[in-house]
Ligand binder design. Structure first.
Ligand SMILES: *Cc1c(COP(=O)(O)O)cnc(C)c1O
Length: 369
């Protein structure tokens, strides 16, 4: 650990390396070739992380947090008479449906509660019975609980019906191996401050080039116009339309290099998986229970039930752990009392072991759960 007073065990912002933070200690300019080349380099590296079929895809960087990028896709990819089907099993899926409603887009929601995987037979049936649906959107890792949704299987169904497939891979991209072209993803969305391990301030969309082209003139917002942002970057060699988050872009460049040095997405996935396994086995030893069964669990973030004793409060637990050098996350589901621990960022197995020891100490030996 460097000078930070605590580790962020939260799924973005998360703990970053010293090198990533150090990249922000300069006043970077935007108006020259050097900066634009850096942007172009980032765009092509992101496409290469997303698929082997790099010629079919392009990347758009967009100011704002991840939600802004999702909204730019929803608001630009669907035309006036298009209709969106959203598969939801948590807050981020619901947010997609909510933004579609705000934008006046005709939307159907297939909800599977908060802890279940989407019903793919039902997806098949809906697409067969409602031919007016043109686009399907879903979340890969639903960060609300940590569940990993079956985008591969869903993609096969969506593509067999010839629909456009939009995936919010915000909290998984760079940390869980996938190939967008093989899965049939048309628009994949993620942001700087998740598994790539940069800092918050912009997100990105990796999309099929033909799909990006068909977004022209469809946006319901000026600043979130995905086509315009892409077209501007393409025609001007990496220039952003409006002020770009220069420091964050430089930090992100370092983060991408670190990802490559670590051994790429599969090596990072392995580290996250080890973090998650170490955390869960340690927490189970001191009598904590996970919300999800192991087979639905992603390596990104883990939800735990509150211990059963009446005196437990999240606020106290949070504060005590923070004093021990760990920041955790509150739960986000409505029908159970849970808290969450992120497994991603510049952290390793030893950090997870130290965390479990801190939890044990805070809870007092023996009487834990
Ligand atoms: C983090 C996250 C987002 C974006 O949230 P912001 O707060 O806008 O960065 C969207 N979807 C998922 C699944 C996420 O984990």
């Amino acid at each position: 650990m460097d000078d930070n007073p605590y580790l962020l065990l939260t799924p973005g912002p998360l703990s970053t390396s010293k090198r990533v933070k150090a990249a922000m200690l300069k006043d970077w300019c935007t108006w020259d070739r050097e900066y634009n080349d850096l942007v172009q380099n980032i765009r092509s590296r992101l496409v290469a992380l997303a698929t082997k079929r790099t010629g079919e895809y392009s990347c758009v960087l967009m100011q704002g947090s991840g939600t802004f990028c999702v909204e730019s896709v929803i608001g630009s990819a669907l035309g006036r008479i298009d209709k969106l089907l959203v598969l939801t099993n948590g807050a981020y899926g619901k947010r997609i449906a909510q933004m579609a409603q705000v934008l006046g887009i005709s939307t159907v929601v297939q909800d599977s509660g908060e802890v279940s995987l989407p019903d793919l037979d039902k997806l098949e049936e809906t697409l067969r019975s409602d031919e007016t649906i043109t686009h399907v959107a879903m979340v890969h890792c639903e960060t609300t609980t940590g569940v990993l949704n079956p985008i591969q299987e869903a993609g096969r169904i969506v593509k067999s019906h010839g629909k456009v497939f939009i995936v919010d891979a915000m909290s998984s991209f760079g940390g869980v191996p996938l190939d967008a072209a093989e899965i049939g993803i048309d628009f994949l969305i993620s942001s700087a401050n998740k598994c790539i391990q940069g800092v918050p301030g912009f997100g990105f969309v990796i999309a099929r080039i033909d799909r990006l082209q068909s977004c022209q003139g469809q946006a319901r917002s000026l600043s979130l116009d995905l086509f315009d942002q892409w077209d501007h970057m393409e025609k001007n060699g990496g220039k952003w339309r409006y002020t770009s988050p220069t420091h964050i872009v430089h930090a992100f460049y370092e983060a991408l290099t670190e990802l490559e040095e670590e051994g790429g997405v599969s090596a990072r996935y392995e580290r996250y998986r080890q973090n998650q396994l170490t955390l869960v086995s340690g927490m189970r030893e001191i009598h904590f229970e996970t919300l999800l069964p192991d087979e639905a669990q992603s390596p990104i973030i883990t939800s735990f039930y509150y211990p059963k004793d009446e005196s437990f409060t999240f606020e106290t637990f949070y504060k005590q752990l923070k004093e021990h050098g760990f920041v955790i996350y509150p739960g986000k589901i409505s029908n159970a009392d849970t808290f969450r621990i992120g497994n991603i960022g510049e952290i390793d197995e030893a950090d997870m072991k130290r965390l479990v020891a801190a939890v044990e100490q805070v809870r007092g030996d023996g009487q834990s759960a």
